[in-house]
Design a protein around this ligand. Structure first.
Ligand code: GBH
Length: 466
């Protein structure tokens, strides 16, 4: 059912697992700052220690081996490697840490997939404007080149930026992620634009300098729910669902995979609102400049993070200010038949993944796809026998198999989110996504496999080609 070299993985990210926020010369990131502010995160929790993977990496490696993964997706902490965000100061102890992780993985026959950026901007870069400032793209490119140079002899799968949509929207428009800005209707588009510019610069650096010797692949990880009309018989609902997909996934995927520019529908929707609201400032959705490297074609594969689905109907915005919500003019609702797992946003809809994969195949020119994140949260009383999550993984992986077999989608890998329970951003430690439970009250932070971890290991051993 699965191609011979299919990647069976699990994923984590630096801030969510490492801890050691000040250890061995690491600089602060925007998540350190954000969590240390009162009232930002559930229970005022933070990732100062998290799973302490900075010190307990061997324990993580044991988990990885116990699952029998072929791939492990991790992210590098920019501020651990470059404490002030620039290559003027390299923190060798950070380099040593990631060298060890990468070498240990390879020694165990596990291929690393490495993200350069998973929400944790070096605070020093935030201090000079962060993702709002156009200069961030060059700083990111320098950081990326440093990482390709340092680790690219061994790392063959790279993600530049994880979920630019989430960082732009939740970090700069809604404000529930670092840096916590609530600048509605403008900043998120600017931030997304600079993230795309940064990504494209890094891809071009890889392509022109490192590809010839390192021969790896570089992409960016895009998140999207599957979005379908609430009433397929109502044309407003149909166009609203299409528009929502374009605003969420098309925002980043169109420039990279289709035209080199934002979707026309996105631009026109935004422009219409600007006119209606009498806005006279700079273009809210920026234009790509000819001084920047071209954006079209800057991904060697499609990396998709899928968690859930929504039904969509047309809907305005009652607030009389410009906002992304107003630009989108659509409302997302849950289907009452979908079970909710733990966190309120995560309706369990495995079949939505298959539909989204087919959509990506059709709209983005049949790319090679890695599902770089997919998972199920547990909240409340701990259940090591997590029967519902077992079912979730089984049915989701079945949907992936159908996408490959029946829809002929070119899926090359699947990464479960997450290897172990970790710091779940604004939800702190209250939502547990792991295949391993982590006991955060135990000073040793003991990892214990969930039943779903055993189930996933079984699936892997059944399909993995040896
Ligand atoms: C991923 O984002 C992240 O890459 C990963 O770090 C994270 O741990 C994982 O999801 C699990 O959450 O709070 O109602 O405003 C997935 C995309 C976008 C899904 C934000 C949850 C929050 C909705 N996420 N969304 S809400």
């Amino acid at each position: 059912m699965f191609p011979r070299d299919f990647a069976w993985g699990a994923a984590t990210s630096a801030y969510q697992i490492e801890g050691g926020w000040q250890t061995d010369g690491k600089g602060p990131s925007i998540w350190d700052t954000f969590c240390h502010e009162e009232g930002r995160v559930f229970g005022n929790q933070n990732g100062d220690v998290a799973c302490n993977s900075y010190e307990l990496w061997e324990k993580d490696l044991e988990c990885i081996q116990q699952l029998g993964l072929t791939h492990y997706r991790l992210s590098l902490s920019w501020a651990r490697l470059l404490p002030d965000g620039t290559t003027r100061n390299v923190n060798q102890r950070g380099v040593q840490y990631y060298n060890r992780v990468i070498d240990d993985l390879l020694a165990c026959n596990v291929s690393p997939m490495v993200s350069l950026y998973h929400f944790d901007l070096a605070q020093a870069i935030q201090d000079v404007g962060g993702w709002k400032s156009p200069g961030v793209a060059t700083l990111f490119d320098n950081y990326a080149k440093f990482c390709f140079q340092t680790f690219g002899d061994r790392v063959k799968l790279w993600i530049t930026i994880n979920e630019p949509q989430v960082c732009a929207k939740l970090g700069h428009e809604v404000g529930i992620h670092a840096p916590g800005l609530k600048e509605k209707g403008t900043t998120a588009y600017l931030v997304g634009h600079n993230m795309l510019r940064a990504h494209a610069m890094a891809w071009h650096s890889y392509n022109s300098t490192y590809r010839i010797t390192q021969n790896g692949a570089v992409s960016l990880a895009l998140n999207s729910d599957w979005l379908e009309p609430l009433d397929p018989g109502r044309s407003e609902d149909v166009t609203s669902a299409e528009r929502d997909l374009i605003f969420t996934l098309g925002w980043f995927a169109w420039p990279v995979f289709v035209t080199g520019d934002y979707p026309e529908l996105m631009r026109s929707s935004i422009e219409t609102q600007s006119k209606m609201m009498g806005y006279s400032g700079e273009l809210r959705l920026p234009r790509f400049s000819i001084d920047d490297p071209p954006i079209l074609g800057t991904a060697d594969f499609f990396a998709l993070n899928y968690y859930t689905s929504r039904k969509v109907k047309s809907g305005g915005c009652s607030e009389q200010i410009l906002s992304m919500k107003r630009d989108l003019a659509a409302e997302e609702v849950l289907d009452p038949s979908w079970p909710i797992c733990g966190v309120s946003w995560l309706a369990v809809v495995p079949n939505g993944l298959r539909k989204l994969l087919k959509y990506i195949k059709d709209v983005f020119n049949n790319p090679t796809i890695y599902i770089t994140e997919n998972g199920f949260a547990q909240v409340g009383p701990l259940q090591i026998e997590d029967v519902e999550r077992c079912k979730f993984y089984k049915s989701t992986i079945l949907e992936v198999a159908k996408a490959i077999e029946e829809d002929e989608v070119n899926v090359r890998g699947y990464f479960a989110w997450s290897l172990m329970d970790n710091f779940e951003w604004a939800d702190g430690f209250s939502a547990r996504f792991g295949l391993f439970h982590v006991d955060f009250s135990d000073p040793e932070l003991r990892r214990t496999i969930y039943q779903s971890g055993r189930e996933y290991a079984k699936i892997i051993s059944k399909y993995k080609s040896v």
